[in-house]
Write a protein that binds this ligand. Sequence first.
Ligand code: SAM
Ligand code: SF4
Length: 363
Amino acid sequence: MLTVKEILEQRLFSKENLVTLLGAKGTDGLLILKKGGEVKLQQVGNNVYFRGLIELSNVCEKDCLYCGIRKSNEAVTRYNLTDEEVLEAARFAYREKYGSIVIQSGEVTNEIFVARIERLIKEIKALSNNQLGITLSLGEQTEEVYRRWYDAGAHRYLLRIESSNPELYRKLHPDDGHHLYQQRLNALRAVQRTGYQTGTGIMIGTPWQTLEDLADDLLFFKDFDVDMLGMGPYIEHDETPFKNVEAELLPLPERFNLSLKMVAILRMMMPDINIAATTALQAIDPLGREKAVKAGANIIMPNITPGKYRNNYLLYNNKPCTDEEPEQCAGCLDARLALADGEIGYGEWGDSKHFKKKERFNA
Ligand code: SAM
Ligand code: SF4
């Protein structure tokens, strides 16, 4: 079997290599993070791009077993931002030169919701002189809906596959006919066909997940030719059915380290994509996102949802920054990123270089 050092010298990684890298500990583990950071600097530079995250609503038609805002959680106070609150958050992002926003929400598929998003996208484009980039993370929709939102002006879409192993996907979701792996995959394909910069991802350290699963996930991302990736540790939420399977889980620090290794390895496998340093990392380690930036991530999503709603968008325990207003988030990130040798790419869209190359190739 090859050593970690020998594997890192290769250009391509087999599944067996990936499992070895993911299992590396101590100095071998640090070597992986270091290489991920070096590849990032060579390929996409030290710029970190901000996407102002607007958590539009916690109303959800789905019941994912891991998620705190799943429809069956009756302890959640449901909310919907008003249109004016969404537009004000977008104005804030524009003023602060964030370059882009992400609109994220529980999954809702009715026409009122679809038309509302379409209208909001157009209004955000208008208020920002067409300058703000818009990423959507609104779950599984029909191809026609993806097209309507794309035509309105959104240009990136995030839909995590959650696991590329259909069997594991099945265990993470209720068996109610509304949570089908094939449906999720088809939706992701529809996003890509529509022309969005396509983002996907997974949670790391879910119950029953193995290193082989994670290796397959990495190969899936490459094979799918994604442009953007968002992955972070799975973190328990006390009001979900998974509360009772805690015994199956890796300790949080291990989930954290595994997440950093996933970022670093993916950066080596897909050097020119955008990789997010996700908020869930910060829930485990206060400097979690900055550590991910050092290991290969180049996107951060500061939360710009009005503070009064944040306590109701709790996907997992200890979600950070729930008592802050957008202004506070921005200030603290600036200083911390400097520690991670990252420089904020203010006023730029920070599109995936990978997507741009594909566009040029297909032109
Ligand atoms: N509803 C949309 C969807 O599921 O695609 C978008 C919003 S959803 C809250 C965004 C992501 O949150 C999910 O894709 C999932 O990976 C992540 N998430 C949910 N529960 C989580 C948990 N307990 N720990 C970590 N991440 C979680
Ligand atoms: Fe709804 Fe998304 Fe949470 Fe699943 S992960 S319950 S779709 S908000």
